[in-house]
Design a protein around this ligand. Structure first.
Ligand SMILES: Nc1ncnc2c1ncn2[C@@H]1O[C@H](COP(=O)(O)OP(=O)(O)O)[C@@H](O)[C@H]1O
Ligand SMILES: CC(=O)OP(=O)(O)O
Ligand SMILES: [Mg+2]
Length: 401
């Protein structure tokens, strides 16, 4: 049996999936949360699913100090509940790495030099790259003879033109300090645009698609003929759409103004824009479910937060239609995009003149796989396509080992 283990290490979590590659079926997956959160509760949560089943005994709560320990806990779970990694090891371990800078354009077998480069790029993705590297180190320790493969969020956007990726600042300074737009969530944008084309029964090479990845982090991507031509995140995963706690687009002069007038230093400004802005900053709630329910209850700040969030999405849809010269499909994905009918309807409201509309009944359907939510015969297909970054990472692993 050929399996690939996919590891997605977040700052405080480790998500994993064991995929059988001939059928692309998921043999087991799991989520370990609150790693290193040794505070008052002192417990981390581990949920495992094997063959689609998650009996009570598979979940456990006990403190997990770091990603190395989380990795051991995962291996133990495989030994206890199967499939055993020791008896039947995976042919590769694939890792999500968020920032690949200008060095990595495709899936890459991890060497010491690759690790040095990932570490070097940590300053451009401080919330993500250090955790990704910890996951790689833990996997190498546990399985020294299995190839580790890094799959970068930035890779899919390596097709951006200089017009799309350049900031209009001093060119020498930009070059020296690697300042340009890189884009993120590329593994998701690639998977989702491919799956959307498959759903429509048309070759992706012939389609113009706008993917709206709306999760905790959120980004839009214009995909022409299967290639990313523009995306809303930039040097770091901060630019673009409004997110749970990140501001997205902002006039850079706001920083200078707040530095001078409110006496905020750079670390405070970093913290402000990355962790205390977005939906949280506007309304005191970072989770879209809470924002929508508060807005429904008449909370004015929540209403404004939702409106700013929707306004920004619409702004990018219009921009990307212009860049693509039209659009065949607009695709919603990730936690908010897959689950919130309110966001989907609101983001595309009033665009009927551009051939874009959402059918209220189709939009209200919950769950399931890829589906169409635009009315029959509507010129632009509006779709919901669940993302599967793990499967895409597993597929890409096979291309390099
Ligand atoms: N029914 C829902 N309505 C609105 N938002 C939802 C719903 N279910 C999940 N979400 C949102 O999805 C987000 C998580 O998305 P996800 O793609 O899992 O994020 P990430 O991978 O970045 O952690 C949560 O912050 C939550 O706001
Ligand atoms: C790049 C990024 O923002 O990732 P996430 O949505 O997982 O935070
Ligand atoms: Mg995500």
């Amino acid at each position: 049996m050929s399996t690939v283990l996919v590891v997605n290490s977040g700052s405080s979590s480790l998500k994993y999936q064991l995929v059988e590659m001939t059928t692309e079926s998921v043999l087991a997956n799991g989520l370990i949360e609150r790693i290193g959160d040794g505070g008052s509760a002192g417990s981390s949560k581990h949920t495992v699913t094997v063959d689609g089943q998650s009996p009570e005994s598979f979940s456990s709560e006990s403190p997990i100090a770091d990603h190395a320990e989380a990795f051991r806990v995962m291996i133990d779970a495989f030994e206890k509940h199967g499939p055993s990694m020791k008896n039947d090891p995976p042919i590769a371990i694939g890792h999500r790495v968020v920032h690949g800078g200008k060095r990595f354009f495709g899936p890459t077998v991890v060497t010491d030099l690759v690790k040095i480069n990932i570490e070097d790029l940590s300053e451009l993705a401080p919330l993500h790259n250090p955790a990704n590297l910890e996951g790689i180190n833990a996997a190498q320790q546990a399985f020294p003879s299995i190839p580790q493969v890094a799959v970068f969020d930035t890779a899919f956007h390596s097709t951006l033109s200089p017009a799309a990726y350049s900031y209009a600042i001093d060119a020498d300074l930009a070059d020296k300090y690697r300042v340009r737009r890189y884009g993120f969530h590329g593994t998701s944008h690639k998977y989702v645009s491919g799956a959307a084309a498959e759903f429509l029964g048309q070759p992706v090479e012939e389609l113009k698609i706008i993917v709206l990845h709306l999760g905790n982090g959120a980004s839009a991507c214009a995909v022409a003929g299967g290639k990313s031509i523009d995306t809303s995140m930039g040097l770091t995963p901060l630019e673009g759409l409004v997110m749970g706690t990140r501001s997205g687009d902002i006039d850079p002069a706001v920083l200078i103004h707040l530095h001078r007038k409110a006496n905020l230093g750079f670390d405070e400004l970093d913290e402000l824009l990355n962790r205390k802005s977005g939906l949280l900053g506007l309304s005191g709630r970072g989770d879209m479910r809470d924002v929508v329910s508060a807005a429904n209850d008449g909370d004015e700040a929540a209403r404004v937060a939702l409106d700013v969030y929707l306004h920004r999405i619409k702004h990018y849809v219009g921009a990307y239609m212009a860049e693509l010269g039209g659009v065949d499909a607009i695709v919603f994905t990730a936690g908010v995009g897959e689950n919130s009918d309110v966001v989907r309807a609101g983001a595309l409201a009033g665009l009927e003149g551009l051939g874009i509309s959402v059918d209220a009944e189709l939009n209200s359907v919950r769950g399931g796989g890829a589906r169409r939510i635009s009315p029959e015969g509507s010129p632009v297909a509006v779709l919901v396509v669940p993302t599967n970054e793990e499967l895409e990472i597993a597929r890409q692993c096979l291309t390099v080992i």
